[in-house]
Design a protein around this ligand. Sequence first.
Ligand SMILES: [Cu+2]
Length: 270
Amino acid sequence: MWTLALLGHRKFSACSRWQNFRGGEIFRTPLRKAGREECRKGAVASDDQSGSEERSHAPRSRPAKRAGRSHARWRRNLFGCVSAVLALSLGDGSWAATISGKVIARGIRDNGDAVVYVETIPGRTFSPPKDPVILDQINLTFVPHVLPIVVGTTVAFPNSDEVRHNVFSPSAARRFNLGTYPRGVTRTVVFDKAGEVVLLCNVHAEMSAFVIVLQNPHFAVTAKDGSYTINDVPAGKYVLKAYHERLKPDGKEVEVTQDKVARVDFELRK
Ligand SMILES: [Cu+2]
């Protein structure tokens, strides 16, 4: 397919930038759009160039021939762009798409703070982010209240309050105790095992939060109305899970296909 793209695209350099991203997973969809834009710009730019070349070299008495040549170039460029886009979409058999929907949390004040996530993407491991993800303590509250992360992620726990806080977890997936520390101090924890980790503060019994450690980065936290969107999911069949700290979890099969938004709704109960 790429050979076709190479053969077809005379001005390939204009589009070679997005060839480099072929192995990229997460940013495939926006890049495809960017690639099209790039191609369109490339085609327009070379049209302009060819136009000026023609103007300087061709005799003025042959406008029809000039237009014909320009048109031929435009067609070649268009063919190149189409080939490259086809190659991107069919080349390695995978594509990124979106899953979205709504979670109804029965018996809970609102539908927010549920986590919807792709349970596993088989045969893949995912690198955690380089920088720590922040889970702050503000006004005697952990912010955010629910934090999904990929296995291996470091979470930083600053204390932004005037009072001293303690952060600890009794959960099997990551048992720890950071001790009690004042404003301005940040302590970190690496979460290296998948599972639910409850966070508590032994100074303030009302404080709690949940770190949900997941296999892959294809997750979302619901807004208060229950809506969620997970972008850039590679094409495939998965189990999509919905989690809420106070409700029974649920799972549904979902098939992700290119260029199609998969709609999955959940209704969670106690
Ligand atoms: Cu506290």
